[in-house]
Design a protein around this ligand. Structure first.
Ligand SMILES: [Zn+2]
Length: 211
């Protein structure tokens, strides 16, 4: 049984989703794939994003983590129908607006009309955070919003875009744990009900006789 599938469904359709899922759980341990500047650097290149040079500063790393927390809160709010704190909206909007894009049209005899984008001069990390904040805004307002769910695997903190109406888990491992948890819930004694059978079957309650 494999339990640590690296990406959740939908991460290929949303960098903001992959960004939020860069913090997840493996068993009881929280794994942060962008915990240090070096790890963030590696994560960004794996996701084909501009890699900031020179090294990412502690302040930039802090802003990156704050943006991820804010996007997570907004996604949770969208899934649960809860109104998110205004501060989280401010963080995402501010990051998105740090690097406004302007389309420009070029027209040459040989190539005809071609499009390019210009941005105001900002640091590479601001450009990257702006792209992820923009994707988060689009995800929460376009058709992908209906597919966004939180994984139903016990203890899992990842989000995914459902690629099947009944699929609510990020990996086969979480699917199996979700099914096992449902099974145990059905077969556990009801609250207030008799628990004698559970106690009787617990080997630690067995008392050696004689001797
Ligand atoms: Zn999961």
């Amino acid at each position: 049984m494999t339990t640590n599938s690296e990406t959740a469904p939908g991460e290929d359709r949303s960098t903001a989703l992959a960004f939020v899922n860069s913090k997840h759980r493996r068993g009881r341990v929280v794994v942060d794939q962008i915990e240090t500047p070096e790890m963030l650097h590696a994560w960004l290149s794996r996701h084909s994003m501009t890699v900031p040079e020179p090294p990412i500063t502690a302040r930039e790393l802090e802003r990156t983590h704050a943006l991820r927390d804010a996007i997570r809160t907004l996604m949770h709010g969208s899934v649960e129908g809860e109104h998110p704190p205004r501060e989280m909206l401010r963080i995402v909007n501010e990051a998105a607006s740090a690097a406004p894009r302007a389309a420009a049209l070029d027209w040459t005899a040989s190539r005809g009309p071609t499009r390019r984008y210009t941005t105001v001069k900002v640091s590479p990390i601001e450009l990257v955070l702006s792209a992820m904040a923009t994707d988060a805004i689009e995800l929460l307002t376009d058709e992908r919003r209906q597919e966004l769910v939180e994984c139903s695997g016990p203890g899992c903190i990842r989000f995914l875009l459902k690629d099947h109406p009944r699929r609510h888990w990020c990996s086969p491992g979480c699917g199996e744990r979700a099914r096992a948890a449902r099974y145990y819930r059905r077969h556990l004694p009801q609250p207030g009900g008799a628990q004698s059978s559970a106690l009787a079957s617990d080997p630690s309650n067995a008392v050696p006789r004689g001797g």
